[in-house]
Design a protein around this ligand. Structure first.
Ligand SMILES: Nc1ncnc2c1ncn2[C@@H]1O[C@H](COP(=O)(O)OP(=O)(O)OP(=O)(O)O)[C@@H](O)[C@H]1O
Length: 241
C-alpha cells in the first residue's frame, strides 16, 4: 500500500482547505503503522484516501501495487471488498445480524462462500466462539469491536484501516483490541494502518507516522515507547497552536 505525492483539497475558490499536502508514505506488507497528529492534521483524510473511500486531488494511491486513481467506481468497490478491511471507532456492526452473520458479510460481498468452520474459527480467534449467535446489542463494546476485527480479518485483506479503534472503549477492552490487531500482524502477516490519539495504543505499532497541517512531519521506526510518543504529540500540538 503506497501513497505518492497525495494531495487532497476540500472546497473551492477562497474556501479551499488543503487536508493533505503531497504526502508520500509506504506501508510494507506485515507491518503495523500508527498515524498520529493534532486535530485537523489530516489523519482521517489520509485513511479515507488510502482506502479509496475518497478521491485524491493530486498524486496516486496504490493498493496491492494497483494505482486506484484509474479505476471506475465499480472496479474500486470490487478491489476494496476483496483487499481492504475496516475497523471503526463506533464498531459499525449491522444490528439485525448475529456476530457470525456480521463476520460472513464481507466474504459474501466479495463473492466468496465461507468454508466450513471458517467463521467459527475467526470468532474463536477473537475469543468469541460462544457468542456467534448474539446480536451486537447483546454484546459489550469490547466484544463488538472484537467482532468487527474478525469481520475485517476474514477476507485476509491486503491492508486493514483502523480509525480510532479503541476510542470508545475502556482501557481493558482497548488493550484486548490492540493485542488482537498486533496478533493479526505477527501471526498472519496482516498489514494495519491505525489512526489514534492515544500514545499507549500507538506504542503497539511498528512505526508511528506524525502528521501536521497535512504533511508527514515525523516517521518513527518502532518499537516506540508510549512516553516518547506522548512527548512528540505534545510538541506537535504545542506548535500547532
Ligand atoms: N468534507 C470536508 N470538507 C471540508 N473540509 C474538510 C472535510 N473533511 C475534512 N476537512 C478539513 O480537512 C482538514 C483535515 O481534516 P481531518 O478530519 O483529516 O483531520 P484529523 O487529523 O483526522 O482530525 P481529528 O483528529 O480532529 O479527527 C481539517 O482542516 C478539516 O476541517
Amino acid at each position: 500500500m503506497e501513497m505518492r505525492a497525495v494531495t487532497k483539497r476540500y472546497g473551492q475558490g477562497g474556501n479551499t482547505v488543503t487536508a493533505l499536502d503531497a504526502v508520500d508514505a509506504r506501508f510494507a506488507p506485515g507491518t503495523f503503522t500508527a498515524v498520529m497528529g493534532p486535530s485537523g492534521s489530516g489523519k482521517s483524510t489520509l485513511l479515507h484516501c488510502a482506502a479509496g473511500l475518497d478521491r485524491v486531488t493530486a498524486g496516486e494511491v496504490l493498493i496491492d501495487g494497483v494505482p486506484i486513481g484509474g479505476l471506475n467506481e465499480r472496479a474500486l468497490t470490487r478491489l476494496r471488498r476483496k483487499r481492504v478491511g475496516f475497523v471503526f471507532q463506533a464498531f459499525n456492526l449491522i444490528p439485525a445480524l448475529t456476530a457470525a452473520q456480521n463476520v460472513v458479510l464481507p466474504l459474501r460481498l466479495a463473492g466468496r462462500r465461507p468454508r466450513a468452520g471458517e467463521v467459527a474459527a475467526m470468532l474463536g480467534e477473537v475469543g468469541l466462539a460462544e457468542r456467534a449467535g448474539h446480536r451486537p446489542a447483546e454484546l459489550s463494546g469490547g466484544q463488538q469491536q472484537r467482532v468487527a476485527i474478525a469481520r475485517a480479518l476474514v477476507t485476509r485483506p491486503a491492508v486493514i484501516f483502523a480509525d480510532e479503534p479503541t476510542g470508545a472503549l475502556d482501557a481493558r477492552s482497548g488493550a484486548e483490541v490492540l493485542r488482537l490487531l498486533r496478533a493479526a500482524v505477527d501471526r498472519h502477516g496482516q498489514t494495519i494502518v491505525m489512526v489514534t490519539h492515544d500514545p499507549v495504543a500507538a506504542a503497539h505499532a511498528d512505526r508511528v507516522l506524525f502528521l501536521a497541517d497535512g504533511r508527514v512531519v515525523d516517521d518513527l521506526a518502532g518499537p516506540v515507547g508510549a512516553e516518547k510518543i506522548a512527548v512528540h504529540t505534545a510538541r506537535l500540538e504545542e506548535s500547532a497552536r
